[in-house]
Design a protein around this ligand. Structure first.
Ligand SMILES: *Cc1c(COP(=O)(O)O)cnc(C)c1O
Length: 362
């Protein structure tokens, strides 16, 4: 059985060299006599792994020293609650932008906190999220504790093509589906969070990068596990962290570094997305809804002329060494997630198949 070109939105494809290294180290990690899965998180050998993983995040993403990297659980979805629990302890005001399903869910979660003011600072719901609000469209509250955005909208396939100017209000960004895909200026953010299962590691790990001056006391009643300050003080070891996923994140970061870092990733990713979008633009058979300026480099959404053909496309692509090209159940259509680990050949293989399918069914 050959490896498939896996276009899943998450959990998703991992780099082959990383999987190979994990396999080689599976039974005996560096002479420890056990797998990383079996180790005490308090052991010296594991401590080296978690410390090095944090260092590698700083190195690869060029994260300034006044930021802390946290290794948490609960997915990006847990962050929808953890962000307001911790950050609304200031003025009790937050600005949210609605650019798709996940950012809307984050907004709804923040609304659950009684007596707080949760503003919609911008939304493109009226156009089905095919674009991103522009700076002029935003209504910003200068007293907000934070401004929330979802950098890359995994389901609709769009992304912010600029970083808004929020004055002194810290930006909180959900980067679940675009982290590590290109360089970002971390110093422009107050907090970045990402579920690992798209571009970092297997599921089970959630990475939070938080500016240290935001590590203040949370809202009263916040559970210990959901308190950033506690997790930061304990170096993500208040309780058992997701040890194996953290190890896998370390291998992925080392692979990124060895292959040229985030500048090189951006080049590869632009090239891959370019191949797919160029073909979509040249085709009268397929269509893509997202406006050109806001197209995601990671999640490319498109449709054939009708739903029956979409279903046929999914079925036949599966017979041609590809998987998970079905669009999200909430929007239908087709979606190719082309994260870091998807090779260019995978994208070319998809485009060749798309051409053939259009000829046969057009
Ligand atoms: C996948 C995803 C989520 C949800 O992540 P979980 O880790 O499953 O909670 C949230 N936001 C974005 C942008 C995503 O892509």
């Amino acid at each position: 059985m050959p490896r498939l070109y896996n276009f899943s939105a998450g959990p998703s494809i991992l780099p082959v060299p990383v999987l190979e290294q994990a396999r080689d180290e599976l039974m005996d990690y560096k002479g420890s006599g056990m797998s990383v899965m079996e180790m005490s998180h308090r052991s010296k050998v594991y401590d080296e792994i978690i410390v090095h993983t944090e260092e590698m995040f700083h190195k690869v993403m060029n994260i300034p020293d006044d930021y802390k990297v946290l290794f948490l659980q609960g997915g990006a979805t847990m962050q929808f609650a953890m962000v307001p629990m911790n950050l609304l302890a200031g003025n009790g005001i937050a600005d949210y932008t609605l650019t798709g399903t996940f950012s809307t869910n984050a907004y709804k979660e923040a609304q659950k906190f009684e007596g707080k003011t949760i503003n919609v600072a911008g939304s493109t719901k009226d156009v089905n999220f095919v674009r991103i609000p522009q700076q002029n469209d935003l209504t910003l509250d200068a007293k907000a504790d934070y401004f929330h955005m979802c950098q890359n909208n995994t389901i609709v396939g769009s992304r912010w093509n600029y970083l808004p100017d929020t004055g002194s209000v810290p930006i909180v960004s959900d980067m679940s589906s675009c982290i590590l895909s290109e360089p970002v200026d971390v110093s422009k953010y107050g907090l970045i969070y990402a579920g690992a299962q798209k571009n970092i590691a297997p599921a089970g790990l959630t990475v939070v990068i938080i500016k240290k001056d935001l590590l203040h006391d949370p809202l009263p009643g916040t559970p210990t596990m959901l308190n950033y300050k506690t997790m930061a003080e304990k170096d993500s070891m208040y309780n058992t962290p997701p040890t194996y996923s953290i190890y896998m994140a370390m291998l992925v970061l080392e692979w990124i570094e060895k292959t040229g870092g985030l500048e090189q990733r951006k080049k590869f990713n632009q090239e891959k997305a370019g191949i797919l979008y160029d073909y979509l633009d040249s085709s009268s058979f397929y269509s893509t809804a997202v406006e050109k300026d806001y197209r995601s480099m990671m999640n490319v959404t498109f449709k054939t002329p009708n739903e029956d053909l979409d279903a046929k496309f999914v079925k036949e692509s599966a017979q041609n060494n590809m998987s998970n090209l079905k669009g999200h159940r909430s929007v239908g259509g087709l979606r190719a997630s082309i994260y870091n680990a998807m090779p260019k050949e995978g994208v070319q293989h998809l485009v060749d198949f798309m051409e053939k399918f259009a000829k046969e069914n057009g």
